[in-house]
Design a protein around this ligand. Structure first.
Ligand code: SF4
Ligand code: SF4
Length: 470
């Protein structure tokens, strides 16, 4: 059984059911304010407002970025930097609007480091000013290229949980993550990884899975392990080609499907992962992980799945039954329904003029959240893995079911095979966790029958599935 390694840069971990920690990254993001576990259908105790303090500004030009194009929505703005007035109002209203003991602030972009460390020093000051006895924590998603010793000292000092965007080894990472001149960025991001480790900043890696990366799961996995990374989440890249409305808005990528309407086109951008290879990617990594690395390497995708097998609500909005509790604030205080729905029709108001709770609990936002569940096609309602998938993000629901119904997720073939594949193993892990035993004991079941004390169940993963006594 693998032991937890004393990896470089390990700091305290925030635990999820299988032992993993909450991701810093936002795509997919925690739907709730905390990773408190809930029964399916229970509303999160608070809400989550992810900040884009530099708007869509970024020093890189990653080909698949879905946020750079949002410059078009702020073409007339003289400065895409959050003012202190907006920053203060944001912090004050997020804290005051939630009657919960811990408030998490998530900083994202664009690239938040463009604002400089002093901006975040002021943010911490305002958080202390308005905390009112609540515990405040911060998460910070970055491409890493501007991190230096000063940044890392600051991030470590304030216990900020950093999400570092790193797609894998150089030939995978540099395929789509380039600088403004089209040059590679891997070396700078790798330097950032070493700096985070040197300063013992709590971090995890967000690895995007493009069309090409999906064919190299174990190259990505072994690379991250070799680099001393302990926590990773994999995010599938799915973007559509722009239609007439997107072009009218000056955008380069297709709009999310209006969940109330039939879609016109299923065409995707060339780097979009294929509908079923993302599932193959996850399965290949899962098979490696479940045999060798449970308890020593944390893949958030597997942690999210485990909550479903434990009968709990998902800790990521992607697999929640409903959306609507995770909004975003742009640099100028505009609030939108979700990071994936930053379009004029999804603007809820502005933090300077509107009440935060009223925006999040407005009829339009409640309907936005409910549509995720109420527009599921019959194909999903009949699906044996709906409890884990829930049709994933509505942004990706732009294909038709075999019966011709609209609203099926583009990644459905991936999720069907992935969730079905992990079922046998997740049952063992869920059984262990439910009995208060380490999830890592699942690896013993590959060597012969595993008896779980307290539950009369015997698992034997060494046998073919049809001969497993489970
Ligand atoms: S796997 Fe496919 S059919 Fe099943 S819930 Fe997910 S999207 Fe729907
Ligand atoms: S639309 Fe829903 S599932 Fe998709 S990112 Fe937003 S909150 Fe999450």
């Amino acid at each position: 059984m693998a032991k937890r390694k004393k990896g470089k840069g390990r700091r305290r971990a925030r635990r999820a059911p299988g032992g993993g920690k909450r991701p810093a990254n936002q795509r997919p993001k925690p739907a709730a304010q905390s990773n408190e576990l809930r029964r399916p259908g229970e509303l999160p105790p608070g809400f989550h407002v992810m900040a884009k303090p530099a708007g869509p500004s970024c020093n890189l030009r990653c080909e698949y970025c879905f946020y750079l194009e949002k410059h078009a929505l702020y073409a007339d703005a003289p400065d895409l930097r959050m003012s202190d007035e907006v920053l203060k109002a944001y912090i004050r209203k997020v804290i005051a609007g939630q009657d919960i003991p811990e408030i998490v602030f998530a900083w994202q972009g664009g690239e938040p480091t463009l604002l400089g460390v002093d901006f975040f020093r002021r943010a911490i000051r305002f958080q202390r000013q308005y905390a009112g006895g609540k515990k405040i924590t911060n998460t910070f998603q970055t491409n890493g290229t501007l991190l230096d010793d000063e940044w890392c000292e600051f991030l470590a000092k304030h216990d900020m949980l950093v999400g570092l965007s790193l797609d894998g080894p150089p030939d995978i990472h540099d395929l789509h993550r380039s600088d403004r001149g089209g040059g590679p960025t891997f070396d700078k991001v790798h330097d950032a990884l070493e700096l985070l480790q040197k300063h013992r900043v709590e971090y995890n890696v967000l690895a995007c899975v493009s069309r090409e990366a999906a064919h190299r799961p174990l190259d990505v996995y072994h690379f991250l392990k070799k680099e001393g990374v302990d926590f990773v989440q994999f995010i599938p890249i799915v973007e559509r080609t722009p239609g007439a409305r997107a072009k009218q808005l000056g955008l380069d990528l297709g709009l999310p499907p209006d969940t109330k309407e039939v879609q016109e086109s299923e065409a995707v951008m060339p780097w979009t992962v294929e509908p079923d290879t993302y599932g193959d990617f996850l399965i290949a990594i899962f098979d490696e992980w479940v045999r060798n690395d449970v308890g020593s390497f944390y893949v958030m995708n597997f942690e999210w799945a485990l909550t479903s097998w434990l009968g709990l609500a998902s800790t990521t909005c992607f697999f929640e039954r409903r959306c609507g509790r995770a909004v975003i604030i742009e640099h100028n205080g505009d609030i939108y329904s979700c990071d994936h729905f930053v379009y004029p029709e999804y603007k809820l108001g502005n933090v300077l003029t509107d009440d935060m709770v009223s925006m999040i609990e407005s009829p339009g936002q409640i309907e936005f959240g409910a549509l995720k569940e109420t527009t599921l096609p019959q194909y999903c309602l009949d699906c044996d893995v709906q409890f884990a998938c829930n049709g994933e993000c509505p942004k990706h629901r732009f294909v038709r079911t075999p019966a011709g119904d609209p609203g099926l997720n583009y990644l459905c073939p991936s999720y069907r095979k992935y969730f079905r594949h992990i079922d046998r193993y997740m049952k063992v892990i869920a059984n262990l966790v439910a009995e208060g035993l380490p999830a890592s004991n699942v690896m013993q079941a590959f060597e012969g029958p595993l008896v779980i004390p307290g539950s009369d169940v015997v698992h034997d993963l060494a046998r073919p599935e049809d001969q497993d006594p489970t």
